[in-house]
Design a protein around this ligand. Structure first.
Ligand SMILES: [Fe+2]
Length: 599
């Protein structure tokens, strides 16, 4: 990739098709210069001026009063010159595809994507990019229906583990022997990181035509982001962290967050209000404003909300920030601050067919890993004395014990909310309460053990392109299916960890392919499938066009229908290990009576 060549045009990045509903579409661009951006579709046009952040220029065009259920090609012009689609593009026209009221939701989702080259070397080190394979299938096979949107569940960009192309950019502008070395330093570097992630031809086309929703995870900022108070204090003691977190969150607002919002929610956003209220000759410069917002959001998480929620008829999608909204204080530790927890509590309602909760971190890990993280948190809180506390913190940071299970209070509280919805205590019980997650570099489906009410499901799709080292795969498989669950439960109990309010078991997985998942609300139930990019042969030309192969599928049928089993049953070995593990966990003293703590 040669950034100098590709950055010479007036359109630097995008267009990205972001929030789309039945009558509106939000189209985001980064431009080379200040200017006026116009989107045209079906003899209509919508325009807006750019705003600036640290020398970069952006616009988000809101196309409104659209006809529901229509598919309309669009173009983008900057100051009267058409810049999209690119001349001679081999891809179909980018379209505005408005939602069709009543149409069952079909949504792609996944997480963890590094942006290395799509050649033999890149495929050798990072596997085939599942998103690019998905894009090529969308562009080339009209017989496969497109999803309504794609949900990116974190680690969209890696600000800490930089690629060769990113390091080239860094080396050209500063001394990498100085902090923060070859990690990202400032907004300028973030802008380049996003450019690297979203400008290869196929993915750029996909993003221009498929609506997207996003939420960050740790690597969008840094590995282990907000794992613990000790981690945060270590970072804040460095000379480089403040600029990193401010740049990371300010650029996240511009590149990811702004397009997540509906026009109505965007209108409530103070920064957006500044953009639309701006009048005058010069371009609005939001640099200082966004830096202040980012700093404040980091220091006082309850003052800005990155989470959002939207309804697709009778399916609700709640996308939860489980990284920035954490409380990390001497006497208080929580994965969600009080305001965030109260907001989530409002969103967790029945009277709909499916309640989907997107959280970058899996809510339900394998039980073995869950108990290990819960035990680790108890250790750090002093369950095994000062030495245990020291060891617990080292272990936590060394092996990423930072998920919901490592924040036992928040886990219990959200588990109780999900159970209340599933028991029909918050309106009629949905068919499923489903957590969608990423982060862990393997994919699986797990289900809470319940006899009636909604099925509570955890579906994970990770990575899109960043596979787990092979030796780690065996460890993960052991934690998922082996004796780790009862062993983990035993050590957790020994540290007096509160018992989870329910038990759960894997119903499919784990698998380790790079993949992108799709879910569909069908009459038979909530259908999931995971697809991976496959390269036939070894020569370069074939690597340019990977095809998609199904890695796994699961049908979560409604309990009411009396059907319902995973699409592909687990192997006998997996089943046996899982049954032994569940049997042992259940026989540990004091298992789970459900406790209810009213908020
Ligand atoms: Fe992550």
């Amino acid at each position: 990739m040669n950034s100098d060549v590709k950055k010479t045009g007036p359109l630097i990045l995008g267009p990205l098709m972001r929030h789309v509903d039945a009558t509106s579409a939000s189209i985001w661009v980064e431009t080379r210069d200040a200017g006026h951006v116009v989107v045209r579709a079906d003899n209509r046009s919508w325009g807006t001026d750019t705003f600036a952040v640290h020398g970069h220029h952006y616009a988000l065009v809101e196309a409104d009063d659209l006809e529901p259920a229509t598919v309309t090609p669009y173009t983008v012009a900057i100051d009267g010159t058409e810049v999209w689609p690119p001349p001679g593009s081999p891809y179909p026209p980018s379209v505005i595809a408005t939602m069709k009221p009543g149409k069952p939701l079909r949504m792609a989702f996944g997480s963890c994507r590094t942006s290395v080259a799509h050649d033999a070397k890149g495929n050798g080190t990072h596997g085939v990019d599942a998103m690019r394979a998905y894009a090529l299938r969308m562009a080339g096979d009209p017989s496969v229906p497109w999803p309504d949107l794609v949900l990116f569940l974190g680690d969209q960009v890696y600000a800490d583990e930089t690629t060769e192309a990113m390091r080239e950019f860094i080396v050209a502008r500063r001394d990498v022997e100085q902090a923060p070395w070859d990690e990202l330093k400032d907004y300028e570097e973030y802008a380049h990181l996003y450019w690297l992630a979203w400008t290869d031809d196929a993915n750029r086309w996909l993003l221009s035509t498929l609506p997207s929703a996003m939420i960050f995870d740790d690597h969008d900022i840094r590995d282990d982001w907000n794992t613990s108070l000790e981690w945060k204090q270590e970072m804040e003691a460095t000379v480089w962290w403040h600029e990193r977190i401010v740049s990371g969150l300010a650029s996240y607002w511009v590149y990811q967050h702004l397009g997540n919002l509906s026009p109505a929610k965007r209108a409530e956003d103070e920064t957006w209000q500044k953009i639309i209220a701006h009048e005058g000759d010069g371009e609005l410069d939001l640099s200082d404003h966004l830096d202040t917002l980012a700093d404040e959001a980091d220091q006082h998480p309850d003052r800005y909300r990155w989470s959002y929620s939207r309804d697709f008829d009778d399916v609700r999608l709640v996308v939860l920030d489980s990284r920035a909204a954490r409380v990390l204080k001497d006497n208080e530790r929580s994965i969600l601050d009080d305001a965030e927890m109260a907001w989530l509590d409002e969103q967790m309602q029945g009277d709909r067919k499916h309640l989907l909760i997107g959280t970058s971190l899996p809510f339900l890990l394998s039980e073995g890993l869950h108990h290990l993280e819960a035990w680790n948190e108890a250790l750090v809180h002093g369950a095994w004395g000062r030495t245990g506390r020291w060891f617990g913190e080292k272990l936590r940071q060394a092996v990423d014990l930072e998920h919901w299970a490592a924040f036992e209070n928040g886990f219990q509280e959200v588990a109780e909310m999900a159970t209340a919805v599933a028991d029909g205590e918050r309106g009629e019980a949905p068919d499923t309460v489903t957590f969608l997650s990423g982060d862990v570099h393997h994919s699986y489906v797990a289900e809470v053990d319940r006899r009636d009410g909604s099925r509570i499901i955890q579906a994970v799709c990770s990575p899109i392109r960043n596979p787990l080292p092979r030796f780690m795969r065996s460890v993960t498989a052991f934690l998922s299916y082996g004796l780790a669950a009862p062993m983990g439960a035993l050590v957790a109990r020994s540290a007096k960890v509160q018992k989870p309010p329910f038990s759960w078991r894997p119903i499919r997985g784990p698998w380790f392919d790079n993949n992108l998942a799709t879910l569909e609300d069908t009459e038979q139930g909530l259908k999931f499938w995971w697809e991976t990019g496959v390269v036939d042969g070894s020569d370069g030309s074939e690597q340019a066009h990977p095809r998609l192969e199904e890695a796994a599928s699961v049908m979560i049928s409604s309990r009411r229908s009396g059907e319902g089993s995973p699409g592909d049953p687990p192997s006998r070995k997996q089943r046996t290990l899982s049954q032994v593990s569940t049997w042992l966990v259940r026989r540990l003293p004091g298992r789970a009576g459900r406790s209810r703590r009213p908020r």
